[in-house]
Design a binder for this molecule. Sequence first.
Ligand SMILES: [Zn+2]
Length: 281
Amino acid sequence: MYWNIQLGQTAPAWTALVAVFAGLALGSFTGMLVYRLPRGLALDKPGSFCPGCRTPIGWRSNIPLAGFLLQRGRCAHCGGRIHWRYPLSELLCALLALAAWYAFGASLEAIATLLFCAALVALALIDVEHGLLPDRLTLGLLWAGLAYSLAPKSGGAAALLPFPGPGQAIAGAIVGYAFLWLFNRAWRILRKRDGLGLGDCKLLAAMGAWLGFNGLPLVIVPAAVAGALSGLLMIALGRASLSQPIPFGPFLAAGGVFALFLGPDVALLSGLAGAPGLTGP
Ligand SMILES: [Zn+2]
């Protein structure tokens, strides 16, 4: 990855461990969001409980990943299976926290990266399970990205950071939304039905706010390629048909993670963008 060389990161190794634990804790919270948000349940109370038997979960079983492994994926009370979303969101957030640490060291950028990625994990998992992207997450992420574009970045304006200033962020949000909205319009004219939901438009708007106008192609191209390939694979395997909508949120989320961590390498290698022009003002 380009960033850590550019920034000359010298974060002590033990901070990587802190990052992993923060990722696990945030992943645990993310798993809770994925369960409660689409079901309209309160986020603050009650504490964690088993959806099968409603028994509150003890602190030992609630330890991210370890609790799941110790109990071999089953509730300590009723023996019901613990849903795969919990270990998966904990594992993904821990890995993304490590990647954020590797890319940005112990910095505000690393924390922002982790929060951005955790929101993407939540959105991807909710879209897979329910086929929707809740406004509270997509719009929350959009506003957070616009707010963060105003924050000073350690690399300064000229640095190759994925988090741009307000000009790029606002343009990215508007164009991100408009691009998918127009795509959906064209799809509706050609095929007489929706190709995407408005949630996808809001999610790409949020990506634009975080990664800037120049970051959008680095989100859209990998997301579209991965989405098309897996759609064709599903049709080939007889698991889906052309008339059946496939949730695009997980592919957009993966595209966002790709653009954040590997976008600058791609841009520099392909000569798509000059080094300082990538983030712009
Ligand atoms: Zn139970």
